[in-house]
Design a protein around this ligand. Structure first.
Ligand code: ZN
Length: 313
């Protein structure tokens, strides 16, 4: 008796399918699927990646160049949150939208507030920040602008990941220790950069109110740009006021994003001899091609921009 051809062919086909499915299964069978984490904003996303390494997949809600203060989560992001095992936020009133998002996403996983245990500064609350709509009043949320606070963030991130994934705990602790060594060097380098500049010269005009922690940690005075409102266009009177302030305080460093009109900036430059300086990164990283794609790069870019500006370079 001879076997008809079709069953053999079918059997071969079945074996082939079985072999293929074994291959397809192997990554999930032999290697562990990464822990699904969500980080509220780009700076925190970088920190979680540094500690999590390859074991953790990080989704960032407020990406580079976006404003965490007026964030509207998309349905896709709400789904990412609902599927996450651990959600990281800064806390200190920074993410006013977070609790509603977690509720909408019906999130039941682990929550880590990375600023836990740091000593918060009181919020200056000048209200002139171009985007600082958070009316927290109590604490200034921008604690990451002091590198030693971020070392505490890193400890909290490692602890949170250890709770979510006990098998990876040794890896997270080792990654955190190695990254904190980088942060120690960064902190020392920022202090060295400022030490070379006389205290009286360390004055910066900025429209941000996001540098309170940097000011305290590194001995820099950030002055509010007077007469420049965020809601309205800078008025001639406002500009005149700013020019007087720069002359009176003998300020060489001017970072004022609110004045976007290049003619006004040129005018201030002519009348004061101060060249408006480049960009500062407060609440967000740059994209990968920019000068601040990571936290460490951001702090170095800000420090270079600030120290060059106060030296009048
Ligand atoms: Zn802010």
């Amino acid at each position: 008796m001879t076997l008809p051809t079709p069953p053999i062919a079918r059997r071969h086909a079945t074996l082939a399918v079985l072999a293929l499915s074994l291959c397809a299964l192997s990554p999930t069978t032999w290697a562990q699927a990464p822990i699904q984490a969500v980080a509220s904003f780009s700076i925190l996303g970088d920190l979680v990646r540094q500690v999590g390494g390859e074991r953790v997949s990080v989704n960032v809600l407020v990406g580079p160049g976006s404003d965490a203060h007026v964030f509207q989560p998309t349905p896709t992001q709400a789904r990412q949150v609902s599927q996450a095992q651990v959600v990281f936020s800064n806390g200190l009133g920074f993410e006013g939208w977070m609790s509603r998002l977690l509720k909408t996403a019906n999130y039941r996983g682990q929550q880590v507030v990375v600023s836990q245990g740091i000593k918060p500064l009181k919020d200056a609350g000048h209200g002139h920040g171009h985007h600082h709509g958070h009316s927290h009043g109590a604490a200034d949320p921008h604690a990451w602008q002091n590198v030693s606070n971020v070392m505490a963030y890193v400890g909290n991130i490692a602890k949170g990941l250890c709770e979510a994934d006990a098998a990876g705990c040794d890896t997270y602790k080792a990654n955190a220790a190695a990254y904190n060594e980088q942060l120690k060097t960064l902190d020392a380098d920022i202090k060295t950069a400022w030490a070379a500049i006389p205290a009286a010269q360390r004055k910066v005009i900025t429209s941000h109110d996001a540098f309170g922690y940097y000011a305290q940690a590194y001995g820099v005075k950030f002055l509010a740009a007077q007469g420049v409102s965020t809601e309205s266009e800078a008025s001639a009177k406002g500009v005149a006021q700013l020019v007087r302030q720069i002359k009176k305080e003998n300020i060489k460093a001017l970072f004022v994003e609110s004045i976007s009109d290049p003619r006004l900036i040129a005018q201030i430059g002519r009348e004061t001899g101060v060249k408006p300086a480049g960009e500062l990164f407060s609440d967000s990283l740059s994209d990968a091609q920019g000068p601040a794609p990571t936290y460490v790069a951001m702090m170095r870019a800000n420090t270079t921009a600030l120290t060059q500006a106060v030296k009048g370079q």
